[in-house]
Design a protein around this ligand. Structure first.
Ligand SMILES: Nc1ncnc2c1ncn2[C@@H]1O[C@H](COP(=O)(O)OP(=O)(O)O)[C@@H](O)[C@H]1O
Ligand SMILES: O=C(CO)[C@H](O)[C@H](O)COP(=O)(O)O
Length: 551
């Protein structure tokens, strides 16, 4: 290029498949989102605790949103594509056609979603083996991981699914296969959800011990025997067929993928924090905790050496930031719980009407309503006599107990909007108290965390963010780009394109601090008391169970 001429901009496309929708963004080299699109995806709940999706429906949504974000752009400027997705299990036959994961034999529904809890008996048996791979998932395998779901398929759908299956993919790997034809799996999904070790590979004895020796016999070809670090370029890039589907040019670099929470982690954790008055300035990146809050919340902490935290997933080597160990705490339902509490309340129809009249979201309306009723006191003090235990879908961390249930104490006969707003507040606080519980477990095991980096749909809620700051006593950093998970996906595409030498370099250049929310330290005493009650709730729940089970 002759002197004076501007180099053409380089763009990347990030695609993020969440639980409820697919999102895409066109992102530039400095991490700025130039275009965004989203599209809901279908979900089925054929019976309680069975949650299914369709890989064809998801791919179709990926195509719709990608086409939208590249409209009007010179496609030659798009250098790379990265995918992230929930860690749901996709089942295809030997010719890559969808297979049913249900008794109804509906092959359209070929995805067992991450939050599906059908494999309880299987996970209990897996945990009884006390196999050494369990040390790397916090000591107890979660029913949300893939091994119990695979065992369930073998035990329950042998003829219609298991015997015909040719490929079991984690959803992020399904997407990269669909885009490139390459069946290599990402180290992220295999290490985090499939018991693969970055250092030792598959452990034959584990699969044999749990009754899935089939995988060993065929050298893991159905679940992945070529494993690549996230961000590495796959095969010859985008196939002509996928390029047509997505509205991109064939051959552009496509990256080995990430699970959605991990993409969120990449999108936020490496930002330069200079000048924001944060304790983590000048401190190692290991003092930062990325919290990705959508349907669920995931708490991603990294360390130079492995840290074993009981009840917290990991330690996983290189599963998020290359060269670092990752611990992943989590709460299985957070956004879903807030929506459940709000939408199930008798005053919800009234809330909808009032929010619509003001052109506000129901959350924005509730937040302003709380501001009205709090009078002179801090808003959080409205729940002095209302407490929630948030494990309506079991506890992921740090108790790793899927049998736990939700609790609410302090209910009254009223069912008006004030009552709904205060219940919503208590739910948001319970989720933040759960984050504090996870952080304390991580710190007790050796992490040293000073700052939270929040992203995901719930980080758009100022009340949720302030409660996390107040209840953990830590500053909360929000990114310049609200859709930070998509920045993470675009970072993958940027790495695959070769425009950055490493994931770390891309993280440092593409993630940016937007706003910092500091804790209201004057309210600490009140939240310490709420935390005391919070811990009592679960203690009491266990006591109730013991009483009822006592013969
Ligand atoms: N503008 C908003 N204000 C407050 N909460 C929001 C907003 N948008 C989404 N949420 C919350 O975030 C959750 C969904 O987050 P999202 O990241 O989109 O989920 P997922 O990635 O699981 O599809 C919803 O359950 C809702 O509670
Ligand atoms: O298990 C997870 C990450 O390890 C996530 O919770 C799961 O993938 C769902 O994410 P989201 O709440 O963003 O839909």
């Amino acid at each position: 290029m002759s002197g004076g001429e501007q180099k053409p901009e380089r763009y990347y496309v990030g695609v993020d498949v969440g639980t409820g929708s697919v999102r895409a963004a066109l992102v530039d080299q400095s991490g700025v989102l130039l275009a965004f699109a989203d599209q809901p995806i279908k979900k089925w709940e054929p019976q309680f605790n069975h949650h299914e999706q369709s890989s064809e429906d998801i791919w179709a949504a990926c195509c719709v949103v990608t086409k939208k974000v590249v409209q009007g752009i010179d496609l030659n400027q798009i250098r790379g594509l990265g995918f992230d997705a929930t860690c749901s299990l996709v089942v295809l036959d030997k010719r890559f056609r969808p297979l049913p994961v249900n008794h109804e034999e509906d092959s359209h529904r070929n995805v067992i979603m991450w939050l599906d809890h059908r494999a309880v008996s299987q996970v209990n048996r897996i945990n009884e083996t006390k196999h050494s791979v369990l040390q790397y998932v916090g000591g107890v395998m979660s029913v949300e991981m893939q091994a119990p779901k695979l065992l369930w398929l073998k035990e329950n759908l042998r003829e219609t699914c298991w015997d015909k299956a040719g490929h079991f993919f984690d959803l992020p790997d399904f997407l990269s296969w669909k885009a490139t034809g390459v069946t290599a799996r990402s180290l992220c999904s295999l290490v985090c959800k499939w018991t693969y070790s970055a250092e030792r590979g598959w452990d034959d004895s584990f699969w044999k011990m749990i009754g899935l020796e089939d995988f060993v016999a065929d050298n893991y070809s159905k679940i992945g025997n070529q494993v690549l670090p996230p961000g590495v370029s796959l095969g010859n890039g985008l196939t002509p067929e996928a390029a047509r589907d997505l509205g991109l040019l064939p051959g552009i670099a496509v990256a080995a993928s990430l699970i959605d929470a991990h993409a969120g982690g990449l999108g936020v954790i490496g930002a330069d924090v200079k000048g924001h008055g944060l304790v983590c300035e000048g401190q190692p990146v290991t003092s930062r905790l990325a919290v990705i809050c959508g349907t669920s919340s995931c708490h991603m902490g990294i360390s130079k050496d492995p840290i074993f935290v009981p009840g917290v997933w990991g330690p996983y080597f290189s599963a998020m930031v290359p060269g670092f160990w990752l611990n992943e705490g989590g709460q299985s339902v957070t956004g879903k719980l807030i929506d459940h509490m709000v939408e199930g309340h008798a005053a919800f129809p009234e809330l909808q009407v009032k929010a619509t009249a003001r052109c506000q979201s129901v959350y924005a309306y509730l937040n302003s309503h709380l501001d009205l009723i709090k009078k002179a006191q801090p808003v959080g003090f409205l729940t002095v006599d209302l407490h929630v235990w948030p494990d309506f879908h079991g506890n992921r961390s740090p108790l790793a107990d899927l049998t736990l249930k939700g609790m609410v104490t302090g209910l009254k006969l009223s069912q008006d909007l004030d009552d709904l707003a205060i219940l919503y507040l208590a739910t948001v606080q319970a989720i933040a108290l759960g984050t504090r519980f996870i952080i304390e477990a991580m710190e007790a095991a050796g992490h040293s965390i000073s700052t939270l980096f929040l992203c995901g749909g719930l980080s758009k809620n100022p009340l949720f963010v302030q409660m996390h700051a107040d209840i953990t006593g830590m500053p909360v950093v929000l990114s310049q780009e609200v859709e930070s998970v998509l920045v993470g996906a675009a970072i993958l595409g940027a790495c695959a394109s070769g425009d950055f030498a490493s994931v770390q370099e891309a993280m440092a250049k593409m993630s940016k601090v937007g706003k910092v929310v500091f804790p209201r330290l004057q309210d600490k005493k009140y939240y310490d008391k709420k935390y005391q009650v919070f811990l009592k709730l679960v203690e009491h729940q266990k006591e109730y169970l013991a009483i009822m089970n006592d013969n």
